[in-house]
Design a protein around this ligand. Structure first.
Ligand code: MN
Length: 499
């Protein structure tokens, strides 16, 4: 369901007419060679389009306004081949509204010691022009990404590729629409937030629907359609009967199939890309949506439990940012549950009542049915599995009343020491960096939630860049975090972000 536009990025080169036509011909030729090489590298998730060299105020302004209105353009990559007086860029940049990357590279990798003369110096002065250009961004207080390095270097290309994913997350943010099947869980603070402010800040539309309307959509799914999906469940997943009646098990799974189809049709028909539910507000639904939500998340929908629309929108955005990634390890809604405090083995067991995305599964995925031990519905079917090992990022977006803050934690996912045969839900286990003690203390000091949007496939840098483009505060908890420094950062940020 993760349908997206065929996004492209524009490559704009800065120069001026002081150096003559021959020089400008070289500038254009070099820029086109770089664009061709980047597109052929296999390191970029989106295509780059070369644009004619920008040398006048008028052309700069026109090009940026065209980038604004071009629906497929997700951002502009700029390169100062020579010196481009930055006053020429002021109006164009002021009117530009999309993500921008300043690629600080130069055409030649090495100084041509034997032949270098003033002609060469005039034609190849990125070190000079890039500084003039960077100055005007700082003066204007504009957000931009700076990537420094040689254009043919694979690591540099990958940095551009990672930023492209962030840029698409920024562009797509204003298309995120969250369907609320239920309100926020009563009395819970951290999952609440100002929906108007979220729309102003992130472009998200967050709408509520009566549970009866969703139930109707589920109840109108035909038995034939349910049976087709049920066959898919039974062929794709292992069935953990565990002594339950086979027929009854099948009927419980059929309820989730009906929920999956009914919800997806409703989301599609009404143009929503994320959904929240609440175990305490199920109306006519026979089960808490479990397996159904897990599969919707796998298809690319955002999800947050107990009415948590902020996390639902973030999961959706992180799914968008990882779209089409080769060998992706997965992105999911997650919740901190239980600690292991044994010295040397510290970590947090992550799970939820039911709703963990199977994209993060390592190996076998099974269907299990068990009572929820909360609420009054029949035992829901859910997918159970363990998560992959490896580094990942956990993100919490909170509303502090006067602003949003994003908390970004580098975590290391690990295999649990022993199987957990009685745990009836999918789970992950991670140790936050720099370690559980400092990581958890910093998370709590920052006010981070128990719900997170989690991904193996994105970096803290990408999430921080996304937050910066949105104009919100981001704090990082990683290998370098110390509590004294972190507390100061929170204090200073509270001044810097005061409205
Ligand atoms: Mn929860």
């Amino acid at each position: 369901m993760l349908k997206m536009k065929d996004y492209e990025f524009w490559f704009c080169t800065g120069s001026q007419d002081l150096y003559g036509d021959e020089c400008l011909a070289h500038v254009a030729e070099h820029a086109q060679k770089i664009v061709e090489a980047l597109n052929a590298s296999g390191n970029l998730p989106y295509k780059i389009l070369w644009k004619p060299t920008l040398i006048t105020n008028e052309l700069i302004r026109k090009t940026f306004n065209e980038a604004n209105t071009d629906e497929n353009c997700a951002g502009v990559i700029t390169w100062m081949h020579t010196f481009s007086p930055a006053k020429s860029w002021i109006l164009g940049l002021q009117e530009y509204r999309k993500p921008l990357l300043h690629f600080h590279t130069q055409f030649n990798q090495e100084i041509p010691y034997d032949t270098i003369d003033m002609d060469f110096m005039n034609e190849n002065q990125s070190a000079h022009g890039g500084r003039e250009y960077g100055h005007i961004f700082s003066r204007l207080g504009m957000e931009r990404k700076v990537v420094v390095g040689f254009w043919a270097d694979a690591d540099v290309q990958k940095e551009i590729g990672a930023w492209m994913r962030t840029a698409v997350g920024v562009i797509e943010s204003s298309h995120v629409r969250v369907m609320r099947v239920a309100d926020n869980m009563r009395n819970v603070a951290v999952t609440e937030g100002d929906k108007v402010e979220a729309q102003i800040q992130f472009g998200w539309e967050v709408d509520a629907y009566p549970i009866a309307e969703i139930t109707d959509a589920v109840n109108t799914v035909s038995r034939a359609d349910i049976d087709v999906l049920l066959e898919e469940y039974y062929s794709k997943y292992e069935i953990l009967l565990e002594g339950r009646d086979e027929k009854e098990f099948r009927e419980h799974a059929a309820v989730q199939a009906g929920i999956e189809i009914g919800f997806e049709r409703f989301l599609e028909a009404n143009n929503y890309q994320a959904v929240v539910t609440h175990f305490g507000d199920l109306g006519g639904l026979k089960q808490l949506p479990g397996l159904a939500i897990q599969r919707l998340m796998e298809k690319g929908y955002g999800f947050g439990a107990e009415g948590d629309w902020k996390t639902a929108a973030m999961v959706r955005i992180m799914k968008i940012m990882t779209q089409g990634m080769k060998d992706a390890k997965g992105t999911s809604f997650m919740e901190d549950y239980t600690y292991n405090l044994v010295p040397g083995k510290e970590g947090i067991l992550q799970a939820h009542m039911l709703e963990v995305c199977p994209s993060i599964a390592d190996g076998r995925i099974s269907i299990k049915e068990q009572s929820l031990s909360m609420g009054d519905r029949e035992d829901p079917a859910r997918l159970v599995f363990t998560a992959k090992a490896g580094p990942a990022v956990a993100v919490s977006l909170i509303d502090l009343g006067d602003r949003f803050r994003m908390i970004i934690n580098d975590v290391d996912c690990k295999k649990v020491e022993k199987p957990m045969p009685n745990l009836p839900v999918a789970a992950a286990f991670w140790t936050p960096r720099p370690n559980l003690k400092t990581g958890a203390e910093a998370w709590i000091l920052a006010g981070g939630a128990h719900h997170t949007a989690f991904s193996y496939d994105l970096t803290a840098e990408q999430m921080g860049d996304w937050a910066a483009c949105m104009g919100i505060e981001a704090v990082f908890i990683d290998k370098d975090t110390t509590i004294r420094q972190f507390k100061n950062e929170l204090l200073w940020n509270s001044m810097a972000y005061r409205k």
